[in-house]
Ligand binder design. Structure first.
Ligand code: NAD
Length: 505
């Protein structure tokens, strides 16, 4: 194990969090920090048998957990929220070390976990079904929501802890057991979260063994989870490539999927926009988290009447941001996750240039750390929507395109395969309402005067088209973790059959 300052801090934090990752020199999983690009340690990956065993244990736990009253299940999630509040500072710092996101965002991610726990506790008393008017006299019809079974949770590197909690908090109050396969790029935060969860479980008398399992490893480990017939719901967050594989595999065994995949999010700046507000929103959405959010802003459409002035101001904002060590309070932009992310950024910029794009920014800023990838965010003025503009490059590249007409720009906005988050900056109510209407943005998240990046717990989160169609977090997203039964009760002494059928015996 190397003992860089960052690695030492990671180990200290893991100790404080009560997590003891099974470091082993021959482990195939590499825990590293993008802050200095150095290895923290090696870890073993779960074998296929380990994964199956964890699922079987979770399934046995589910058979008990499903009969624990939902408000009581909420008590476990309340305890999890309490433990997370205690661990927030240390876990947030560890998120920063393992992902490279700035400290306020690392802490913010843990706050999102706490918020979803609060939401789920309330939800545990609100898993309502409907009572439905029936056509038969002396009958009542209603629907009841039951736990679905084991929920397999596959997560991406960029929200290494919050996405688990978004799923687990809801799944647990819904009566499911959970098995988590975190990103192979962020095993340490997963061990830390598991330790926090185990403290909550230890304080809860009725928690069956194996209720919340963890299996570490790469794609092959994820595949065993995804294929297992006892995993009733697979909630998978990651690239569209991953979803394209996972979706059909789960469908082939008639399992259920919640897919949260890539985005290619856009904003429109209209002539009536409050430009100062738009500039701040755009800067945060496009450069924040070094462009490594599923909701990061990647395409910007600016009305031609204001484009020259607006783009000039935006370039000044881009020139002023501080890039560097994400644990320093003055830093706004930390490193990319790894070399592959940097290479993908370079490739997209080269392609954009070849298509007539004018590239401002891009390139590495600090070569003193050869394995750490700090980049200057890039602003690319494009003549049209083509080439790399049509895909998600998980890096801070903002393509800027001028437009003339609202109908045309909405068509261009929707003219990409992804459909996650979108925004319009306008003070014109007709433009705002048109953008939110059925003829407007085709995304799952449609905002006015606020950037596309981020999510609030109370709303359902997710997107359309190649973003996968899943919904998580608020509103009625909980229904994805349960199965619905329709119950008809005959409280009369007659048996009126449908369609006038008489079946006298
Ligand atoms: P990734 O697709 O490389 O990996 C995501 C997870 O899927 C990892 O745990 C990985 O091991 C696993 N995986 C990959 N192939 C698999 C397979 N065939 N079967 C089972 N598991 C498999 O994504 P990443 O690089 O970690 O994250 C970045 C991507 O995630 C971006 O595309 C981003 O937009 C997306 N993302 C989406 C959301 C959302 O809510 N829509 C949130 C965060 C990230």
């Amino acid at each position: 194990m190397e003992s860089s300052t960052v690695a030492r801090e990671a180990i200290d934090l893991l100790n404080k969090l009560g997590a003891a990752p099974p470091f082993a020199a021959q482990g195939s999983l590499v825990a590293r920090s993008p802050i200095d690009g150095l290895t923290v340690g090696h870890l073993p990956e779960a074998s296929a048998d380990d994964v199956r065993r964890t699922i079987e244990q979770a399934h046995a736990a589910y058979l008990i957990w499903r009969s624990v009253p939902a408000p009581r299940r909420g008590e476990l999630v309340r305890l999890l929220g309490e433990e997370l509040r205690r661990s927030k500072e240390d876990l947030g710092r560890l998120v920063t070390i393992e992902t490279g996101k700035i400290l306020s965002e690392g802490l913010g991610e843990v706050q999102e976990m706490i918020d979803i726990c609060d939401f789920a506790v309330g939800l545990s008393r609100q898993l309502y079904g409907l009572t439905i008017a029936t056509e038969r006299p002396g009958h009542r019809m209603m629907e009841t929501w039951h736990p679905a079974g084991v929920c397999g949770i596959v997560t991406a590197f960029n929200f290494p802890v919050a996405v688990w909690c978004w799923n687990a908090a809801l799944a647990l109050v819904c009566g499911d057991a959970v098995v988590w396969k975190p990103s192979e790029k962020t095993p340490l935060t997963a061990y830390a979260v598991q330790a926090v969860m185990e403290r909550a479980l230890a304080r809860f008398a009725a928690a069956p063994l194996g209720l919340a399992g963890l299996v570490q490893g790469g794609r092959a480990v994820g595949e065993v989870l995804v294929d297992h017939p006892k995993v009733a719901v697979v909630s998978a967050t990651g690239s569209t490539r991953m979803g394209r594989d996972v979706g059909p595999r789960v469908a082939a065994r008639f399992g259920r999927c919640i897919l949260e995949l890539g985005g290619n999010n856009a904003a429109i700046v209209t002539p009536s926009a409050n430009q100062d507000l738009a500039l701040r929103s755009i800067a945060f959405s496009a450069m924040g988290t070094a462009g490594q959010r599923c909701t990061s802003l990647r395409r910007l459409f600016v009305h031609e009447s204001i484009a020259d002035g607006f783009i000039a101001k935006l370039r000044n904002v881009y020139a002023s941001v501080s890039i560097g060590d994400p644990s320093q309070p003055s830093t706004l932009i930390g490193p990319l996750i790894d070399a592959a992310a940097y290479e993908a950024m370079e490739k997209s910029l080269t392609e954009a240039q070849a298509l007539g794009g004018k590239v401002h920014g891009g390139g590495r800023v600090d070569r003193a750390l050869p394995s750490a990838y700090y980049v200057t965010p890039a602003l690319v003025e494009m003549p049209g929507q083509q080439g790399p503009v049509l895909r998600e490059t998980f890096a801070p590249i903002l393509y800027v395109i001028r437009y003339r007409d609202l109908t045309d720009v909405i068509a261009m906005h929707n003219g990409v395969p992804q459909g996650l988050a979108s925004s319009i900056f306008t003070t014109d109510i007709q433009e705002a309402e048109t953008f939110m209407s059925s003829a407007g943005s085709d995304c799952g998240i449609v905002n006015v005067n606020i950037g596309p990046s981020g999510a609030e717990i109370g709303g359902a989160f997710g997107g359309e088209k190649e973003t996968g169609g899943g919904r998580e977090s608020g509103s009625d997203a909980w229904k994805g973790y349960m199965r619905r039964t329709t119950n008809t009760i005959n409280y009369s002494r007659d048996l009126p059959l449908a369609q006038g059928v008489k079946f006298d015996v």
